[in-house]
Write a new protein. Structure first.
Length: 190
């Protein structure tokens, strides 16, 4: 099974990254091939709204570090999006990536029953690390992005969300969250 893991945190050893690492280690131990991209280390721009992906090409025209990531997802069966929650939202690094996924949509996507160029049936794992301990805050983040990826043909989605993990390394002492990352990987690989 091919897995692409996108790390949206600017912290190389942040909490969302730690949960993603546990998921990926477990999946690799079960035979998965994992490609991990730390978005903060890449040089790329957000969508330029040029519409070239709808008029002249079937992919994004920008030739930057995100081109490899967008191509890797085409072949993957599982996509992991790992992000801290900053100011009630995903990180800007991950948001810029998601904006670029506009290139996956076919030109007549608003009316086409198959609006996406990706093969259907991929799985999404959405990993969130939230400093605030109140689980009712920012609970709308996952459903919003889940609906986008369902539109792209992702059939199953899984959320791994840790609240109250503010400082670097906090989540590693949360055995419940690390176990959830492992169990989710086992479920997907099963």
């Amino acid at each position: 099974m091919k897995i692409v893991c996108l790390l949206g945190s600017p912290r190389p050893k942040g909490n969302s990254t730690a949960m993603a690492a546990r998921f990926c280690e477990t999946a690799e131990g079960l035979g998965a091939e994992v490609a991990t991209f730390a978005l903060n280390k890449l040089k790329y721009r957000g969508c330029q709204a040029c519409m070239t992906c709808k008029t002249k090409l079937e992919k994004c025209v920008l030739k930057d570090d995100l081109a490899e990531v967008l191509d890797a997802i085409r072949d993957a069966e599982v996509l992991i999006l790992a992000t801290p929650i900053y100011f009630a939202e995903i990180s800007s690094q991950l948001k810029a990536f998601i904006d670029r996924t506009f290139s996956y949509l076919v030109p007549d996507y608003p009316t086409n029953p198959s609006p996406c160029r990706l093969s259907p049936g991929k799985k999404l794992v959405f990993i969130e690390a939230q400093g605030h301990p109140d689980e009712s805050l920012f609970a709308d983040v996952f459903p919003r992005y889940d609906s986008i990826f369902k539109w792209y043909g992702f059939s199953d989605s899984y959320q791994i969300r840790a609240c109250g993990v503010f400082n670097k390394g906090d989540v590693e002492s949360r055995e419940d969250m690390m176990k959830l990352a492992e169990e989710t990987a086992k479920k997907i690989m099963g």
